[in-house]
Design a protein around this ligand. Structure first.
Ligand code: 5GP
Ligand code: ZN
Length: 112
């Protein structure tokens, strides 16, 4: 989609530090990491959030989770947190669905 940051990253028009790719998913390091490992896993298709992705391409939701697990375990982390912010109040700032993968430090609960 025009004017979508993550569509531009998936297309390679905006550079990113790519860590994994499949036919449906694309994973790259977050530019502002909140943990030693902080990767975003996004669908290649533009959808606004994870719920819409579940409606339109449910198999891609599973693909994102599998890629996230692979990225974490390849980096040596068997503990990791997956986050799907949906809506501004929940902290979503980019409206192309993305799964945060966070690992490498203890993580508090409840989240902020
Ligand atoms: P959200 O706040 O929507 O859940 O997550 C968006 C994430 O995208 C943020 O963690 C932010 O640091 C990251 N981000 C924003 N712009 C860029 C960018 O240009 N490149 C990369 N790699 N990450 C970005
Ligand atoms: Zn997009």
């Amino acid at each position: 989609m025009a004017d979508c940051l993550f569509c531009s990253i998936v297309a390679g028009d905006i550079p990113s530090d790519v860590v994994a790719e499949t036919d449906t998913a694309f994973a790259f390091r977050d530019v502002n990491p909140q943990a030693p490992l902080h990767v975003l896993v996004v669908p290649r298709t533009h959808v606004a959030n994870a719920g819409e992705l579940a409606d339109r391409e449910p198999e891609t939701v599973a693909a994102l989770v599998r890629v996230a697990r692979q990225v974490a375990t390849d980096a040596g982390h068997d503990s990791y947190r997956l986050v799907l912010n949906t809506g501004e109040q929940a902290g979503q700032s980019v409206f192309h669905a993305h799964l945060h993968v966070l690992a490498g430090r203890p993580q508090a609960w409840p989240p902020g």
